[in-house]
Design a protein. Structure first.
Length: 105
């Protein structure tokens, strides 16, 4: 079993760029930290912004939607998701409820 480089729990991800292993908790914590840093560094979100996020249904775009929704809640902003359901059976079944939950209509 490979251990997390930070807390010693079972690692679930190896970050090649940093040469470290991360458990699920440390992975999420690092992802959230990098998201916040990127948003702040590039001045991407202002207080009370309204943002439309395109969501494909994959884990990357759903994760981005989740992070945006959290960040905009803190900044008193709003996020609206945009997704296209092509009707392909089984393709968006798991992500569509998340998209609807994170959207402010």
């Amino acid at each position: 079993m490979v251990e997390c480089s930070f807390c010693g729990r079972r690692a679930v991800h190896y970050q090649r760029t940093a040469g470290v292993y991360r458990c699920d908790r440390c992975f999420v914590e690092n992802l959230e930290k990098r998201f916040r840093r990127t948003v702040a560094k590039n001045n991407l979100v202002e207080p009370r912004d309204k943002i439309v996020a395109a969501v494909s249904g994959g884990t990357d775009s759903v994760s981005n939607l989740h992070l945006l929704a959290q960040h905009l809640e803190y900044r008193k902003g709003e996020v609206l998701s945009l997704t296209i359901d092509e009707g392909i059976g089984g393709y968006r079944d798991e992500s569509l409820p998340v998209v609807k939950e994170k959207s402010i209509l």
